[in-house]
Design a protein around this ligand. Structure first.
Ligand code: GRF
Length: 191
């Protein structure tokens, strides 16, 4: 049975594009939805061009986080995903929402977890004088950036690196790692 994958984005969706492009041939999964919490996010046009159904559930249209997540959950359920991939999705999800999808939801975080949970990971690695940095794909649990890790990729930090230069070096690794991990995760879901 081919698994259905929903991908949540907030911006350009470069990771989403790599995930969608990877789900072909004998891959156990196919994309069923690309959903953004930001209306007009650049990734939505890219998903359209790739022939993937898109949706927007704009968090700013809701008075509370819970109301937003209720609408988000309802829209996701319409597409019946077996797996949810957070890919540049910049909203923190409450334990209530996560509990409905736990074990079926992945996130990409731009650090070598458990180092640097939260934001500004590249600058924090530079400020700490780290020689290695990178990205992690983990299962989403109620605790921020804290679930079981399914894969990591490392990059070397160069002396003259700015946060932007380092972020772009990490992004190249994200684009390789996330599709690899999704394939492994989907195969494991199939049992
Ligand atoms: C990436 O750097 C990723 O680490 C973070 O969101 C950024 C943008 O991702 N989660 P994308 O280009 O929207 O996929």
């Amino acid at each position: 049975m081919t698994l259905r994958v929903a991908i949540l984005i907030s911006g350009g969706g470069s990771n989403m594009v790599k995930l969608v492009e990877s789900m072909s041939g004998d891959h156990p999964a196919r994309p069923c939805l690309v959903l953004s919490n930001i209306a007009g996010a650049g990734g939505l046009d890219k998903a359209d061009a790739l022939g993937v159904e898109t949706a927007t559930v704009a968090h700013k249209n809701f008075a509370t986080r819970e109301a937003f997540e209720e609408a988000l959950h309802a829209r996701l359920e319409q597409s019946r995903p077996d797996i949810i991939c957070l890919a540049g999705f910049m909203r923190i999800l409450t334990a209530g929402f996560v509990s409905k999808w736990e074990g079926r939801m992945l996130n990409i975080h731009p650090s070598l977890l458990p180092k640097y949970q939260g934001l500004n990971t590249h600058q924090r690695a530079i400020d700490a004088g780290d020689s290695l940095h990178g990205c992690s794909i983990h299962e989403v649990t109620a605790l921020l950036d804290d679930g079981p890790i399914w894969g990591q990729a490392t990059v070397r930090v160069q002396k003259e690196d700015t946060a932007e230069v380092l972020a772009n070096r990490v992004l190249v690794q994200e684009h390789k790692l996330y599709p690899e991990v999704l394939r492994k995760f989907a195969a494991a879901q199939q049992g």
